[in-house]
Design a protein around this ligand. Structure first.
Ligand code: SIN
Length: 531
C-alpha cells in the first residue's frame, strides 16, 4: 500500500476529467485515476455531438429557451444562461486543442436533435465523443504534470476527520483510496483538491447505452461521505439503442432522427404521430415513453428506425460508424430499418455543486455527469452534456486554482486497513446481486413507474444492500465488489428520490400521479443524514 501525494486528484478520464486535468496541470501535479485505460469512458462513446450557438440564424436566447422547455420547469435559469453563453468559448478551446469537428465549406456542419429549435449540434461525423477524447488525451499525455493511473478504481474519499454524523461542511476531502487491479492493493492518493469526474451510472439498469465502467462511483463515494445527491429520479432513457443479440450498449444516435429517421412498428406503421406533434424530434422522454408504450401494446421486442428513404451516399458519409456497425451485424441501414429499443443513457442528477463545480465539502469538486449543476432540470436537452462537461471543467479548474485548500499540505490521513477481511469465497454473490439490482431497476424503476413498483423495488433493495454491506466488510475488495456496492447505493438513492416525487415531470413518469404539480417544481435532495 503506497501513499501518493499530488496537488490535484482527478477521478475519471472522460471529457470533464481530461479537460480539468489539462487545465489544473498549469498550476501543479495532477493524478488521474481511471478504471480501465484512459480512453474508456462514456464521453468516448458520445455520438451526436455538443450543442452550442455558432451559426448566424441561431441565438443564445433560443438555446436557453430549448434547454428550459426540455427541463420541464426544474432547470436553474442562471446555470442555463451561463452554460450556453460560455459554450462558444469552450468550442473554440476544443478546436485549439485539436478537435476536428465536421465542416461544410469551412463552417461547422450542424446537426439537429430532439428539442432543439435550430441546427446547432457540432459533431465529428457520428463519433464526436471519441474525437474530443482523442484530442484531450493527446494534450494530457504530452503534459509532464499529468500522471495517469489506469486500472485503479476509487474506493472511497479520504476525509480529514470522520466523527459519526460529521456534516460535509465540517469535514474536508484529502483525496481518495484507490484499488490497484493488478496487485489487489488499496493505495492512498492525497491531494489539495479532488475533482470527481467519474461520470454517470447507466449500469444501475439492465439495459444501457453506457460502457461497463459507468457505475456511478463518484456519486456513491460522495453520498457515503455525507454529501447530498439531487434529482436522482431523473434518469434519461435514450429512445434508440441497437437491438441485436451481439450488440451490447450500442447507441443509434438521435442525429439519425434529426436527419429524417422515422420510427415504425413491426408492421411498418409510423407511430410517433400518436404521441407528439414534434414526431420523432419530440424530447427524449416523450419518444422513449412512446416506444415503451408501443412495445407493451404490441408485445414486440423492438421497434424500427427507418432511414431507407434517405440517400445511401449521405447516410454512409454522415453516419460512417453506425453504418459500419449495423452492417457488421447484417443490417444494411440504407436498405432495411434498424431494430431499436430504449436504454438508460444519462443521469440528470448527481452531487450538488455550485456554478464552479464546488461541492459542500472543502477540497472536493464534481464535474460532468457526476455533478448536479441545475443545467438539465427534469430532462436533458440532447447534446447539452458534453457542453456541461466542458463548461464546468473549465470553471472548476479556474476556481480550484484560486482555492485556499489547493495550496494546503494534506494532513495525515488514516491508512487503509483491511481488518480481518479475507479473499472472497463465493463470487457468485456478487454476480447474483449485480443481476438482480439491474433487473429490478429496469422493471420497477424504469421509464414508467408506479407507487407499487417503487415499493417493491425498495423492499428488495433493503435486503440486497444489507447482504452487500456484510460482504464488503468480510472480504477483500475487488473491482466487481466496489462496483456492486456503488450501483446498490445509487439504486437505493434513485428509488428514494422517485418515491418522494409524487407527480410526473420530465423523465420521471408515474401512473399514480400522471400530471406535474406546480407545488413540486423543486429539486429532490437525498441526504444520508436526513433519511
Ligand atoms: C445521441 O447521439 O443521440 C446522444 C447524444 C446525447 O446524449 O446528447
Amino acid at each position: 500500500m503506497s501513499v501518493n501525494r499530488y496537488d490535484f486528484l482527478v477521478i475519471g478520464s472522460g471529457a470533464a476529467g481530461l479537460l480539468a486535468a489539462r487545465k489544473l496541470a498549469a498550476a501543479g501535479r495532477v493524478a488521474v485515476l481511471t478504471k480501465r485505460t484512459p480512453d474508456v469512458s462514456n464521453s468516448d462513446l458520445a455520438q451526436g455531438g455538443i450543442a452550442a450557438v455558432t451559426s448566424r440564424d441561431d441565438d443564445f436566447s433560443l438555446h436557453i429557451a430549448d434547454t428550459l422547455r426540455t427541463g420541464a420547469g426544474l432547470c436553474d435559469r442562471r446555470i442555463v444562461e451561463l452554460t450556453i453563453t460560455e459554450a462558444p468559448a469552450r468550442i473554440e478551446e476544443l478546436v485549439e486543442l485539436g478537435t476536428r469537428f465536421s465542416r461544410k465549406g469551412g463552417a461547422f456542419e450542424l446537426g439537429l436533435e430532439g428539442g432543439h429549435s435550430r441546427r446547432r449540434v457540432l459533431h465529428a461525423a457520428d463519433a464526436t465523443g471519441h474525437e474530443i477524447e482523442r484530442a484531450l488525451l493527446e494534450a494530457c499525455r504530452s503534459d509532464r504534470n499529468i500522471t495517469f493511473f489506469p486500472f485503479h478504481s476509487a474506493v472511497d474519499l479520504i476525509l480529514r476527520s470522520r466523527p459519526a454524523g460529521t456534516r460535509p461542511g465540517g469535514n474536508a476531502c484529502l483525496g481518495a483510496y484507490a484499488l490497484e487491479e493488478a496487485t489487489g492493493k488499496v493505495h492512498s492518493f492525497l491531494a489539495g483538491t479532488t475533482v470527481l469526474a467519474s461520470g454517470g451510472a447507466g449500469k444501475v439498469y439492465r439495459y444501457t447505452s453506457n460502457p461497463d465502467v459507468t457505475t456511478g462511483d463518484g456519486m456513491a463515494m460522495a453520498y457515503r461521505a455525507g454529501l447530498p445527491l439531487a434529482n436522482m429520479e431523473f434518469v434519461q432513457f435514450h429512445p434508440t439503442c441497437l437491438y441485436h443479440p451481439q450488440a451490447k450498449s450500442f447507441l443509434i444516435s438521435e442525429a439519425l432522427r434529426g436527419e429524417g429517421g422515422v420510427l415504425r412498428d413491426a408492421a411498418g406503421r409510423a407511430f410517433m404521430k400518436d404521441y407528439s406533434k414534434h414526431l420523432e424530434l419530440a424530447p427524449r422522454d416523450i419518444v422513449a415513453r412512446a416506444i415503451d408504450s408501443e412495445l407493451k401494446r404490441t408485445g414486440a421486442d423492438c421497434v424500427y428506425l427507418d432511414m431507407t428513404h434517405l440517400k445511401a451516399a449521405f447516410l454512409k458519409r454522415r453516419f460512417p460508424m453506425i453504418f459500419a456497425k449495423c452492417l457488421s451485424l447484417g443490417i444494411d441501414m440504407t436498405k432495411a430499418p434498424i431494430p431499436v429499443v430504449p436504454a438508460a443513457h444519462f443521469f440528470c442528477g448527481g452531487v450538488t455543486t455550485d456554478e464552479y463545480g464546488r461541492t459542500a465539502m472543502p477540497g472536493l469538486y464534481a464535474v460532468g455527469e457526476a455533478a448536479y449543476t441545475g443545467l438539465h432540470g427534469a430532462n436533458r436537452l440532447a447534446s447539452n452534456s458534453l457542453l456541461e462537461a466542458c463548461v464546468f471543467a473549465h470553471r472548476a479548474a479556474e476556481a480550484v486554482k484560486g482555492d485556499y485548500i489547493a495550496r494546503r499540505a494534506p494532513a495525515r490521513p488514516a491508512h487503509w486497513t483491511t481488518g480481518n477481511a479475507r479473499p472472497s469465497d463465493e463470487a457468485v454473490v456478487i454476480k447474483h446481486n449485480w443481476d438482480e439490482i439491474r433487473t429490478l431497476m429496469w422493471n420497477y424503476v424504469g421509464i414508467v413507474r408506479s407507487d407499487k413498483r417503487l415499493a417493491r423495488a425498495a423492499a428488495r433493495m433493503e435486503l440486497i444492500s444489507a447482504e452487500i454491506v456484510k460482504y464488503y466488510w468480510d472480504f477483500l475488495p475487488t473491482r466487481d465488489l466496489l462496483e456492486l456496492r456503488n450501483i446498490a447505493c445509487l439504486a437505493d438513492v434513485i428509488i428514494a428520490s422517485a418515491r418522494s416525487r409524487r407527480e410526473s415531470r420530465g423523465l420521471h413518469y408515474t401512473v399514480d400521479y400522471p400530471e406535474a404539480s406546480p407545488r413540486l417544481a423543486r429539486p429532490t435532495v437525498v441526504d444520508r443524514y436526513r433519511r
